[in-house]
Design a binder for this molecule. Structure first.
Ligand code: FAD
Ligand code: NA7
Length: 489
């Protein structure tokens, strides 16, 4: 085929060269393919015979065969969050011409934010600050028991906290812009979508469209909160995307969901003194060690968070407008016909996040997306089924959704693409922490997963007291509750 296209190609017969076995080993490392032919076009790994013929049929091969100078950029990254920024900056440090597009589609409540993605604006950073606000309140209470005497009434001011958090985030947004400028990365505040191979359309806030081309692309579009699909959800409920900049105190709050986002938000809202109920459809912290998840839950319950287990909301109705207003929530049991209703000031949905992969023109260039989950399957070098398109971060199928992982994957990808590195991202033994009132850190498999993978008879399960105490012994109440907790188990 290459001959018929008049393409000059270099053929290395592995069984006819001395170090053929070594070359095959390295090829298998960097491409995840041991078989031959193993084809590269202009330094982009194509795959074997079938994928090369497919690429020829779709016209992709002809594009790849064109000169590099046919493209405006060496790399365009779609998504300026944890993974995208790390990858773009590393590629620029390696001397490449790089563009990054970042655009935040406002929430149904109209909330929007600046450069840096989820973690910085509506994720790790503000949630950790709110968690800290809650811990400080707890420590103030503890302080009396440790001899501190104060006469002023201590109360929490939501607006002050939000202003401080948003100022901090503003400085981070600015820092990212500066850092991109210093590294000569072109930043475009527009929504990117593919229109054809190697070409994207960027649409800005005013609807102006501009087209850009690049030799390689990295998708790093992240995720956004899901909605329930029940009457009143998008009109009256908020999500974590709204909470961290909410201009008024949410008041009596219902949190729907039992994942770490739900429990963390419920935990710090209760910690600053709000009346909080968490509505749980099935179990707490799916995917985490269930014994630990229950300890986190019971600690929260002892500290005033109410749990409504085995219920799901079916309707949210506005009773009164306001900041906050009044909402009636009707919920039904997952186990029988029972329905309940209750009035809250705020309903916070934390029922999972959907990948932003459906509206970026991937179908136009044939990038495979898992139909059900919206996630993108990649090989172990983060390459999609379209050889010049790579992906990192939360949108990857079967990988952990954490900032340090997205950053590490983005950096290593740039080094492999542009500096000949072979180092791949390790997605397995990654430590993570749940910042609930009782903080919980873990690394590796949960007990349930370990049993599934290695079978119960091959495992010895032990509780590690030291780490557990070390992390949270700081508060008087914590100590007492922990001693209770462990004495009773
Ligand atoms: P993101 O950071 O989400 O960035 C994607 C960016 O791309 C966004 O700015 C988005 O607006 C933009 N974008 C999307 N589509 C387009 C398009 N078509 N064109 C242009 N731009 C586009 N992780 C931790 O490690 N520790 C924590 O404590 C932690 N806490 C969290 C708390 C909350 C409440 C949430 C929601 C998440 C938390 N995470 C935490 C997860 C962490 O935020 C994500 O894993 C991380 O941000 C993923 O990075 P990313 O690069 O994949 O995507
Ligand atoms: P997760 O980890 O996907 O968890 C979703 C939670 O919401 C989980 O407790 C679900 O219960 C619950 N859920 C899902 N759908 C519903 C409906 N329809 N009704 C009630 N409850 C529901 O989501 P997160 O938001 O915490 O985290 C996603 C990522 O965000 C995370 O990995 C980080 O990257 C940040 P279930 O257990 O399925 O019964």
């Amino acid at each position: 085929m290459f001959s018929s296209l008049g393409v000059e190609c270099n053929i290395l017969e592995l069984d006819q060269v001395d170090d053929g076995a070594n070359v095959q080993e390295v090829l298998s490392e960097i491409t995840n393919q041991r078989t031959v032919p193993n084809i590269f076009v202009n330094k982009v790994h194509m795959g074997g015979c079938d994928r090369t013929f497919q690429a020829h049929q779709s016209g992709l091969l002809q594009k790849l065969l064109q000169e590099d100078s046919a493209y405006e950029y060496d790399l365009i990254v779609i998504g300026g969050g944890s993974g995208g920024l790390a990858c773009a900056q590393e590629a620029a440090i390696l001397g490449k011409k790089v563009m990054v597009l970042d655009f935040v589609v406002p929430t149904p409540q109209g909330t929007s934010w600046g450069l840096g993605g989820t973690c910085v604006n509506v994720g790790c950073v503000p949630k950790k600050l709110m968690h800290q606000a809650a811990l400080l309140g707890q420590e103030l209470k503890d302080a009396r028991k440790f001899g501190w005497e104060y006469s002023h009434q201590v109360k929490h001011n939501w607006e002050t906290m939000i202003e401080a958090i948003q100022n901090h985030i503003g400085s981070l947004n600015w820092g990212y812009r500066l850092s991109l400028r210093e590294k000569a990365v072109t930043y475009v505040n527009s929504y990117g979508e593919f229109v054809e191979h190697h070409k994207i359309k960027a649409t800005n806030r005013k609807g102006q469209e501009t087209y850009y081309t690049a030799r390689k692309f990295v998708l790093a579009t992240g995720q956004r909160p899901r909605y329930l699909g029940i009457p009143g959800d998008k009109e009256y409920c908020i999500t974590s995307d709204d909470l961290f900049s909410l201009p008024y105190c949410p008041g009596k709050t219902l949190v729907v969901g039992a994942s770490y986002v739900a429990l963390e938000c419920g935990g710090f809202l209760a910690g600053i003194g709000l009346d909080v109920t968490i509505m749980v459809r099935s179990i707490l912290l799916r995917g985490f060690d269930q014994e630990m998840a229950e300890k986190v839950g019971s600690y929260m319950e002892q500290h005033g968070v109410k749990f409504l287990r085995k219920f799901v909301p079916v309707m949210v109705q506005q009773l009164e407008k306001g900041s906050p207003g009044k909402l009636k929530v009707v919920a039904k049991s997952t186990e029988g016909p029972e329905t309940i209703e209750e009035i809250y000031n705020t309903v916070l949905l934390a029922i999972g996040r959907a990948s932003c992969t459906r509206k970026i023109g991937l179908e136009k260039i044939g990038v495979k997306v898992n139909e059900k989950s919206g996630k993108i399957p990649v090989n172990d070098v983060e390459q999609t089924n379209v050889p010049y398109v790579y992906a990192v971060g939360d949108i990857l199928e079967g990988k952990l959704e954490l900032t340090p992982i997205a950053i590490q994957a983005g950096k290593l990808l740039a080094r492999r693409l542009f500096a000949g590195s072979l180092e791949k991202c390790d997605y397995v033994n990654v430590p993570t922490t749940v910042f609930t009132p009782l903080e919980y850190g873990c690394c590796g498999l949960s007990e349930e997963k370990a049993i599934e993978v290695h079978r119960k008879e091959n495992l010895e399960v032990r509780l590690c007291f030291t780490a557990y105490f070390f992390r949270i012994w700081r508060s008087y109440d914590n100590c007492l509750s922990l001693i209770d907790l462990f004495c009773s188990t």
